[in-house]
Design a binder for this molecule. Sequence first.
Ligand SMILES: [Zn+2]
Length: 574
Amino acid sequence: MKELMMNWAISILALVCCTAGQAAATTGGADTIYFGGDIVTVTDAQPTVQALAVKDGKIVDVGDRTSINAKHKGAKTRMVDLAGKTLLPGFLDAHSHYISSLTVANQANLYPPPSGPAKDPASIIAALKKFVADNKIPKGALIQGYGYDENVMPSGHQLNRDDLDAAFPDNPVLVQHVSMHGAVLNSAAMKKFGLSSATQTPPGGVIVRKPGTNDPYGLIMETAYLPVIEQMPQPTREQEIERTRKGQMLYAAAGITTAQEGATHAADLEIMKRATAAGANIIDVVSLPFITDLDKIVAANPVSGWGKYDHGLKIGGVKITIDGSPQGKTAFFTKPYLTGGPGGEKDWRGELTFPQDTVNQMVKRVYDMGVPLYLHANGDGAIDAFFKAHEFAAAGDLSKDRHVTIIHAQFTRKDQLDKYVQYKITPSFYTLHTYYFAEAHIANRGKDQAMYISPMRDAIDKGLRPTNHTDFVVAPLDQMFMLWSAVNRISRAGAVIGADQRVTPMEGLKAMTINVARQYGEQDSKGSLEVGKRADLVILDRNPLKVDRMAIKDIKVVETIKDGKTIYSAAGGH
Ligand SMILES: [Zn+2]
């Protein structure tokens, strides 16, 4: 009774003192008030504030410290002193492959520097040995790593079966290629998955053999790798839940509070639904059913239920892929590759994944369903093919907002940006390629086209609201490195890749927060620090708007907060 009266007294007091404020005082005080560091709202009206109040998982006020304290500091309010650190909206992942996080969470990180330790075969062995020791992997159990990139190994020193056998004679070892389309296996793993000198290389496959012999020795890729994938041990129901938590922690540790499953197959959606039902989600996940599995998924998940979260899982649209990757020379261009095709083809322009008629019908089907479309297109030829499909499928009203995002859009021509504006298509760019693959793009596509990859500056200047993504696991979940790449555009070899397409740190931040919220139709609840939005937050050790632009990549995530609760802390104890 006494407490009730006190609450009542406080609320009367609060009402009296703060009628001029924009946000009402909270009854009984806020749950948490953040202060003592820069609070970057990612809004134009009030870009930086001194304090932010949270109650019941929502932002109840932002503004100056004195007024926030006066309105919202109650007896039980937790006061969080940022101590000079920076608070921002939690990052929203514009495109990645969330389902892969469930497997890589149980594997050793073998990305090359700066994303991992794997600069040569010796460092790969060392990282695997540490992983085995840290995870107490017993003799005989399968050891897996991910992120192996043979392109950055010192020349002539690619990882092979002998390297792995010498270090791991008693365990099968599988080192996955960064593309996830192949792996290097040791002898025990080859035995386990039925690979031997008698194994023929299937059409569309690659099996690197030991020189002078027929023994599989290094990378096994594409169709030759499919039988290995099919034999991979499936997780138990308990493991699904454990891996969901571990996988989502990879996102949380990167400051991400909303992730994308960017090409969901029916079986994967079932795993995600079971984990959701078991209460395993710690962040939000947007699932995009892949067009090839659409019938199956719609049959089990009627479209009427799409577009809303169920305990952290939402089906958010359909994914269609219409070409490949520029570094793999499978992206579809209007002009030939300078270096020929992947198999030495002359005048090679790449190919559409499906014939134009099929693309037209697929796009029409998604538009007719009335759900968002996410379309993968990298080459300018594929982007033209998508415009044709749009003109076919949206014939009645070409400029209606159908919530269409073009994923990667890397080799967009300048004239194609105008079509994005006209057709209300949002490009989700991939500026990390200016670092990872610029040298390959310059060789394959020429300097002019390579310099114009992911033209974020021109897109923003034309009024578009582009997003930016990692395509994890193709590139690591490192949002500050992604921001750094959008702001600086510097290649692995140190060359500036299209200085005129650099964006400001604030524009780069919008491409990973508010613009992504808009991409998901969630701009009213996420993506900026405004009253009424969910308290999805990230604390960084430094302010990306204030540090030297080259230092953005060194900024660390200190804490990640979802709906007002800490889900990750760099200090441990999440
Ligand atoms: Zn992708």
